[in-house]
Design a protein around this ligand. Structure first.
Ligand SMILES: [Zn+2]
Length: 418
């Protein structure tokens, strides 16, 4: 692929420059609506201007890049996020924006255009690590940033989100009022290239995948199992109300349910990421009276999520009776699964065939801004690029050749999209 060879060194330089400007003790640190994110945006803005692109800061503080020509057709947005988790990897988010810039360059160089003008969108604030909530930049665009979130504090500086947004030129009053800053009907489609954050593609020996859906989730953040503390030597089993044995029983039951669902072909992952006895009172000789844990199920299928939740609630009820304990779940948090646009998927499949690029469908287990765009009624698509060593860590990797395969697919997809 001749085009890839020409654009690969440009991509490499952008990745290197952004990495150098946002390096931290380990990996890179690009705070949402903060300094690292702004430095990364600054580098891409400089690159865009040097190439004659038009740059524009929207009212949520995100930045758009496009060719200087004026076209009235509704644009296709190619976006991803500029922030990272603390001490994260260089490619999570950044890869998608760099990919978009390469497509703009290539459109300019080759004089090729799609039906819809391409606009590259560098989104702010996708990672929940900084203010406790994900998709800040995209949800602000659709008037969906909860007002109360503007008072959330940055995990290290303590500054409020409102102050950080104002600092980068966002219209905080409009965001607080829930004003729609980007009308869905003004956009023809949204596409996002992103590194895969698991190891499926690496195992399958494929460079890229087309994403059919983004998993939604159901979550209980703080579940408390309340039993009765007691002496570990003196209380016989039938008199015990062991909170930990009860909670562990719940998880074992869930694991069985999960296996059954997988055998039936369902898309489902389940996690108890938090699990613990009270450090201030636990002891080797004490029957735990209280255990705190979390529950999360993710699926691309709405019915599977509903079923998992019902199974979880039923397991709690049975276990409470069997072990003589009580469960307090707190409030349920839910995010609906997002389906990617079938026409977009067909366009990408055809482009992959023409490029002789082996692909597969791979649902996204992690959340992405594309889910916000799909939820706002915009036809959305995603391309995954193979990535080694996982994600949200400094060892995250991506081979440049794989990335360029993804960019080829993105370029053909954007140009063919109608
Ligand atoms: Zn990401």
């Amino acid at each position: 692929m001749k085009a890839s060879a020409h654009y690969a060194p440009i991509a490499q330089r952008l990745f290197d420059d952004v990495r150098a400007a946002t390096a931290s003790r380990l990996g890179v640190t690009r705070e949402s609506y903060g300094a690292g994110e702004s430095r990364a945006i600054g580098i891409l803005t400089e690159f865009a201007r040097a190439n004659g692109f038009v740059t524009y800061v929207d009212r949520a503080g995100n930045v758009t890049f496009s060719l200087a020509e004026i076209r009235r057709e509704r644009p296709v947005l190619c976006g991803s996020h500029m922030d990272s988790v603390p001490e994260g990897g260089n490619f999570d988010g950044l890869a998608g924006v760099v990919a978009g810039l390469l497509c703009l360059l290539r459109q300019r160089d080759e004089g090729r255009r799609g039906l819809h003008p391409l606009r590259v969108l560098a989104l702010r604030g996708e990672e929940s690590a900084w203010f406790g909530k994900a998709y800040l930049g995209s949800s602000a665009l659709f008037g969906r940033l909860p007002r109360s979130l503007l008072d959330a504090r940055h995990r290290t500086s303590g500054a409020t989100l409102a102050a950080c947004m104002r600092e980068v030129g966002a219209d905080v009053d409009a965001i607080a009022a829930g004003e729609v800053l980007l009308a869905s009907h003004a956009v023809a489609g949204y596409i996002e290239l992103h590194i895969e954050q698991g190891a499926v593609l690496d195992d399958a020996r494929r460079a890229v995948a087309i994403v059919p859906s983004i998993r939604g989730n159901v979550r209980y953040r703080n579940i408390r199992c309340i039993g009765q503390a007691g002496h570990s030597g003196a209380v016989p089993r039938e008199h015990r109300h062991d909170a930990l044995f009860a909670a562990a029983h719940v998880i074992n039951e869930l694991d069985e349910y999960w296996k059954t669902m997988l055998n039936a072909g369902a898309d489902l992952v389940m996690t108890c990421g938090v699990f613990g006895t009270r450090a201030e009172e636990h002891a080797i000789s004490r029957i735990p009276g209280e255990v705190d844990f979390s529950f999360e199920a993710r699926s691309a299928d709405h019915d599977v999520l509903t079923g998992a939740l019902a199974a979880f609630d039923a397991t709690l009820k049975r276990t409470a009776e069997e072990y003589g304990v009580r469960f307090e779940t707190g409030s349920l948090l839910q995010t609906a699964p997002a389906t990617m646009d079938a026409d977009w998927i067909a366009v990408l499949e055809q482009a992959a065939t023409q490029l002789d690029l082996p692909t597969q469908h791979l649902p996204s287990g992690a959340g992405h801004d594309a889910a916000m765009f799909a939820d706002a009624g915009i036809r959305s698509a995603m391309i995954f690029v193979r990535n080694q060593n996982g994600s949200h860590n400094p060892d995250e990797a991506m081979r440049l050749a794989d990335f360029m395969d993804g960019v080829e697919l993105l370029y053909e997809g954007v140009n063919a999209f109608v």
